[in-house]
Design a protein around this ligand. Structure first.
Ligand SMILES: [Zn+2]
Ligand SMILES: [Zn+2]
Length: 275
């Protein structure tokens, strides 16, 4: 099984020049080319079948940024424009079992293996965490999030799912499920309409079903990663009490952590902000 991967030295040099501080791994735009074999599948069978399976498998593994891709057909070749969280994010060494299976199925219906080329740095998207070994993580999302629900505690940038320790056999289902629910609740809150109160309670209260689900994910992910996983309780209307809602100990920080968090309990692994 093979895939051809072409890195763009020019793109990397431009990136190095413009972003010398290397804050995080940079989002890159890629061009992929796929070569369907007309003897084995029609064009629509190819892109609605094997190609769609392949791309969604990479998306669930955090290797492709959700919804930021489009396909174009040109002289029998299917061209893909997409965004990935690192220059090497699409290389097969980062694939899980499903990605490798999907690539195998794709190649079987192709005249030759697909090719990926880096076009350059993507504008307007947050960079991703590039830390070797983050000392802790935060389960964090909001209504506009379109990327990983896990932030690095050190650099505060989103961590691509495929870089998280632990098995990827379930394709990070619990994390993706929690993020979908969190975004829905935060959207109801931000829209300030019919579901405002419901949405706010879910994202702000320690006893809400959404928070309980998130805290359970934090416990599991902490065991898998051998690192603390913190949970974020959002506050908007009334400042938090000076004592942690989990254990009752003082939890106000002296300053703001990462420009967001003003409360932190290391025992309960909770973070919160202030309105
Ligand atoms: Zn980091
Ligand atoms: Zn506590």
């Amino acid at each position: 099984m093979s895939i051809i991967f072409v890195s763009s030295r020019a793109a990397r040099q431009v990136t190095d020049a413009v972003y010398p501080w290397k804050r995080g791994s940079i989002m890159f735009t890629f061009k992929g080319e796929f070569f369907p074999d007309p003897a084995k599948a029609s064009l629509s069978e190819f892109y609605e079948g094997e190609l769609a399976v392949f791309l969604h498998t990479l998306r669930r593994n955090g290797q492709l940024i959700e919804q930021h891709w489009n396909l174009v057909e040109q002289n029998g070749v299917v061209k893909l424009y997409c965004i990935a969280p690192d220059e090497d994010a699409l290389e097969p060494r980062h694939y899980n079992r499903y990605g490798l299976e999907a690539l195998g199925g794709l190649i079987q219906r192709s005249l030759r293996p697909p090719v990926f080329r880096v076009i350059g740095k993507t504008l307007g998207l947050s960079d991703a965490c590039a830390c070797e070994s983050p000392s802790y993580y935060v389960l964090f999302s909001n209504f506009v999030a379109e990327y990983s629900p896990v932030s690095c505690g050190d650099c505060n940038l989103p961590v691509p799912l495929y870089k998280l320790p632990g098995d990827s056999e379930d394709e990070y289902y619990a994390l993706r499920q929690w993020q979908g629910e969190y975004k829905a609740c935060d959207s109801l809150f931000v829209l300030s309409g019919v579901g405002e109160g419901f949405g706010y309670r879910e994202i702000s209260e320690i006893e809400s079903p959404l928070t309980k689900e998130g805290l359970e994910i934090c416990r599991e992910m902490s065991q898998k990663s051998k690192r603390p996983f913190y949970y974020f309780l959002h506050r908007h209307y009334v400042p938090q009490e000076s004592t942690c809602p989990g254990c009752g100990q003082e939890w106000k920080l002296d300053g703001k952590l990462h420009g967001i968090y003003t409360f932190k309990c290391d025992q309960c692994r909770l973070l919160s902000d202030a309105p």
